[in-house]
Design a protein around this ligand. Structure first.
Ligand SMILES: [Zn+2]
Ligand SMILES: [Zn+2]
Length: 119
C-alpha cells in the first residue's frame, strides 16, 4: 500500500489569510505537479490553486507561512467590498467582489490600491 499523501510534507492554515497551504515534495510520483529544473519543493495554496516552486525545503516552508507573498488571491482577500462587505479579489486591474460582483478600481483611493503598489 502506498501512502498517497506522503508527498505532503506540511499542511497549515495561514493565519494571515485563512487559506490552506501545503508543502509538497515534487519528486514523489503521486504529485500532480512536475519539478521545474532544480525546484523540487513546492508551496501550494489549496484554497486558490496557486503553486510556487523552490530548490530547498527551507524556502518552501518559509513561503508556506506567508501565502500573501506569492498567491495573488490571498493578497486580494485583504480588501472588503464597500457595498456588501464581502471579500474582494484582485483581477488584473480591479478588485472584484466575490459576493455581489461590484468592481473597485485603484482610483477609488488608497483603500483599493493595486497589490504590490507602493503605498
Ligand atoms: Zn491563496
Ligand atoms: Zn460586494
Amino acid at each position: 500500500m502506498t501512502n498517497h499523501t506522503s508527498y505532503i510534507r506540511q499542511e497549515r492554515r495561514a493565519r494571515s489569510t485563512g487559506a490552506v497551504v501545503q508543502v509538497l515534495d515534487l519528486r514523489h510520483p503521486d504529485t500532480q505537479f512536475a519539478p521545474e529544473d532544480d525546484c523540487v519543493w513546492a508551496t501550494v495554496c489549496v484554497t486558490h490553486g496557486t503553486i510556487c516552486v523552490h530548490p530547498t525545503l527551507a524556502l518552501a516552508r518559509s513561503h508556506a507561512a506567508d501565502p500573501a507573498g506569492w498567491c495573488e488571491r490571498c493578497r486580494g482577500v485583504a480588501r472588503v467590498c464597500a457595498s456588501c462587505l464581502g471579500d474582494c479579489y484582485w483581477h488584473d486591474e480591479a478588485w472584484v467582489c466575490d459576493s455581489c460582483g461590484d468592481e473597485w478600481y485603484p482610483d477609488h483611493g488608497s483603500e483599493y490600491a493595486a497589490p504590490g503598489a507602493a503605498s
